[in-house]
Design a binder for this molecule. Sequence first.
Ligand code: SF4
Length: 298
Amino acid sequence: MITVLAFGGGQDSTAILYKLALEPPFYKKYVKGRLIVIMCDTGDEHPATYHHIQFIKQFCKQRDIEFHFIQSGQGFHPQQWPGLLQWMEKYDGIISKAYPKSCTDNLKIKPFYNFLDNLIGKQYYHQDIHHAKSRKSFIKKYALENGKVQVLLGIAHGEESRQAKSFPHIWMANSLMRIYPLIEEGMDRRSCQEYTLSTGLPLPPPSNCLRCPFLSAIELVWLYQFHPKKLQEWIKREQAKISKWRRLGLPNEKNLGVFGRKLLPESLQAALRLYGHLTSEQLQEYKMSHGHCVLSKY
Ligand code: SF4
């Protein structure tokens, strides 16, 4: 059998990984067969997350845990979605709170299963079909012959609404079994942080893209203070999207930005009025305790 940990690089999935590495009863309870840890790069992770991944690579290597970090150059991301910012640049598009969300599926979920299908094909069936539109035939075949692939997901206790009620594809329902160890163990985000601190191992920030439309007003101030160039790039991308659709004749009320009608410069001013007084330490403290990719269901 195969058990895969969907590693997001943040606090919840890091707590699972540490527990798997350090607590044999936890490992025995949740891992059946071979353990594979996979993280997909959105191309817009926080610098601290990329730094944490370097640590995790070493951590896994020292403990003989198989870890794969999937980046767009490897060919598992959809061609239109090499990364969050690249997608915005290529299409003069913007990921907006007001539009259906496609980024998680294209930057995290699709590359994850494209890679897994390729790995199973190569290692169990000696076939190397390496492309971003894999039909998941090897995952399906493997599950039929060996039992469903277990997928461990880092959704914390208290975030149960993020559990997907059903699978979006039949092949997934037939081939995968989702498991939520943190919910089963009653571990919320705070317990994950406390657990990690108790191990003496690094506690990463919550993982989410730097330019995510679901960030809060405080996080916008954080971005302004700590990564002003990244914020300027984002403002430029939003403006490019607005200009493109204005040229194409979309009425202003339908031509929306990252947060909707109110564009980023205006939202930033509003956020600064509310939270501009916070110190760097206060902003960092907030940032360490809040994830915002919360609308994604897994
Ligand atoms: S963190 Fe935000 S921008 Fe990144 S994939 Fe999740 S929803 Fe999309």
